[in-house]
Design a protein around this ligand. Structure first.
Ligand code: NAD
Ligand code: IPM
Ligand code: MN
Length: 368
């Protein structure tokens, strides 16, 4: 495989803190495992507004569109009201997702055995949980029109968003989920609100049609989204692949964060359809945000970002054995007792962001 161009977008809040550590880990794979990556940092969002008076410098947008993959930290600063709305939209994550057409958002969640006691759920409830969300990422209520805040005839305001899905948008998410399930335990749970929303009814119909036509070997169940929120805490082990829409996927994947006790543990990969060269556009990011409550303190958990780097090794670099090596190193570091504050039990020694990444790097060193 030739040299891959990785556009690194650290962003706001804890974004730069955790992204630095993911880059350090990827540097290890470049130095020690012959993975060919060239990583270049670019400014955007609130940080770039402060430095350059634009949330999306042209050079950054060019780099985003050219790159083989993006490694993204987080966006969202406490107060962006000083940034004009059109500038805010220009630097927005949603614009990148749409422009790259990364419709399939893979969000794996597993109960890491050494963290069984960090979960607010009982250890016996979460033990062995290993599921993955396929969240549709470029349609639904996040993008539907009309949208806006309008003033009504009586002078009061009305907020409007539109939840829409076409058959094609549903079908490609469903196909992705069924194909992924074939590489796992062959089970798909499709989550919707078919009881309330027309777009939900269509979601259920189209997933059923795709299943019947091409994936009858995969087990399919349908579940209403509110029940899914309950089952994720009650019996997370019953899930393999969960395919759902943009908004439900956002909410339910945060719910699943409780399985390990922290959102800081969860990675994601947003992937497009394969292009003519067979390669997918890809955006890798931890699922958490900029965490303004802990930003700048060096205490954020970098494992969501580091595990996103593992997804990059698997999906973009085509090195699944190195992705496994990294995930195993994370497990080894946790098993050796490495804990950031968000996953530590009372009385346990706590590491900062950098020291947690050091623990992963030490575990990696032990593998070669
Ligand atoms: P958040 O994910 O930033 O934080 C939620 C909670 O989880 C906080 O208590 C935070 O301290 C904790 N947390 C998150 N990541 C952590 C980590 N790595 N280590 C330890 N603890 C961690 O969500 P929020 O507070 O609702 O949102 C803050 C800002 O982030 C908002 O502006 C929001 O729009 C933005 N956001 C961005 C993304 C993204 O860039 N993909 C995702 C979610 C939220
Ligand atoms: C996520 C975030 C984003 C989303 C926000 C920051 C737009 O919460 O990636 O989970 O809602 O998709
Ligand atoms: Mn979210």
């Amino acid at each position: 495989m030739s040299m891959l161009d990785i556009c690194v977008l650290p962003g706001d809040g804890i974004g730069p803190e955790v992204t630095d550590e993911a880059v350090r880990v990827l540097d290890w794979f470049v130095a020690k495992r012959g993975v060919q990556l060239r990583m270049t940092r670019h400014l955007f969002g609130a940080a770039s507004w402060a430095a350059q008076g634009t949330t999306m410098p042209e050079a950054t947008w060019d780099a985003i569109m050219r790159a083989d993959a993006l490694l993204f930290g987080a966006v969202g600063s406490l107060d962006q009201t000083h940034i004009p709305p059109e500038e805010r939209r220009k630097g927005a994550l949603l614009r990148m997702r749409k422009a790259l057409d990364v419709f399939a958002n893979v969000r794996p969640v597993r109960a890491w055995a050494p963290l069984a006691e960090s979960s607010p759920f009982k250890a016996r409830t979460v033990a062995g949980a290993d599921l993955v969300f396929v969240r549709e990422l470029t349609a639904g209520v996040y993008f539907g029109t009309p949208r806006g805040i309008e003033t009504q005839a009586d002078g009061t305001r009305r907020g409007v968003n539109t939840h829409t899905y076409t058959e094609a948008e549903i079908a490609r998410a469903a196909r992705f989920a069924f194909e992924l399930a074939r590489t796992r335990r062959n089970h798909v749970t499709s989550v919707d609100k078919a009881n309330v929303m027309e777009a939900g009814r269509l979601w259920r119909d189209v997933v059923t049609e795709v299943h019947r036509a091409d994936f009858a070997d995969v087990t399919l169940e349908h579940m209403l989204a509110d029940n899914c929120a309950l089952q994720l805490g009650r019996t997370p082990t019953r899930f393999d692949v969960i395919v759902t829409d943009n908004l439900f996927g956002d909410l339910l994947s945060d719910c699943a964060g409780a399985i390990n006790g922290s959102l800081g543990m969860l990675p994601s990969a947003a992937l497009s359809a394969p292009g003519p060269d067979g390669r997918r556009r890809a955006l890798y990011e931890p699922i958490h945000g900029s965490a303004p409550d802990i930003a700048g303190k060096g205490i954020a958990n970098p494992l969501g970002a580091i595990l996103s780097a593992a997804l990059l090794l698997r999906w973009t670099a085509g090195r699944p054995e190195e992705a496994d090596r990294l995930e195993n190193a994370v497990e080894a570091a946790l098993a050796a007792g490495a804990r950031t504050a968000d996953i530590a039990l009372p009385g346990e020694a706590v590491l900062g962001t950098r020291a947690m990444a050091d623990a992963v790097l030490a575990a990696l060193d032990a593998t070669v």
